[in-house]
Design a protein. Sequence first.
Length: 292
Amino acid sequence: MAGLKLTFYGTRGSIPVPGPVTMRYGGNTACLEIKSEDGDWIVFDAGTGIRVLSDSLNLGQKHDIHIFISHPHWDHISGFPFFTPVFIPGNKITIYGPGTFEKTLEEIIRGQMTYSYFPVRTEELQADIQFKELKEESFTLGNFKIETTMLNHPVTCLGYKIFYKDTIFIYLGDNEPYYNVYDDDDSDINDIARDMNKRLTQFIKGADTLVTDAQYIPSEYNSHKGWGHSTTHDCVNLAINAGIKKLFFFHHDPQRSDNQLDFIVDHYRKKMKEKGFDLEIYAAMERETFDV
Ligand SMILES: [Zn+2]
Ligand SMILES: [Zn+2]
């Protein structure tokens, strides 16, 4: 397998939750990176974890940084104004991601740095900052081939598939499986929901590693249906159906303690062993690096 390293800098969904019960898996919101042995480097999402990432960089060196935003909810962009490389001349930062019905990607990122919200405007940032708005498409970046797909979330949200040599890595931003919102027996609607879910399974099929929103456990889902997030069961089933080798639960619910995450991972690992499925399961942990 090709050399690809995955590091998490923020693993939490919705809102940062620093505190004694989230110290191990982390309280910062969504941010992760993959790095290839050839030096290819992609950052996904710019939640508060991206500040942790910036602390890990040698800021005396110039960096060419590619940040892929899944969608513009706060927990995926609010760390950007605190990402130190943006203040340093000579750095080049390219931000990729979807726009929304209301705003372009550039308006969204710049919009959180306007006078009422933040003292520094993006015009005053010293790095060379470029924006590339994405839809469903496919393109190359160094040795990476990248494909995107639309996910089911209350705002336009993209999932990313990265090919590197013989390895495929998937990062799905926030996502809820499609369902019949009328909750009736309309077979056409049920078929559409099923087909849309199959489309996602097809997109990730055969990947080695899947990092995905696993905000809820099944008992929490009914009161959060339509909020745009998956359950741990959804993620395990998706991974099994797609033949994934390593699954990382990500976007942990703000209420989820370290001990609960240990329990959840342990539960599913035992289930996989019992049922004979060859799927490795982890909960994403802040500042941890994995070979993928
Ligand atoms: Zn989120
Ligand atoms: Zn979201």
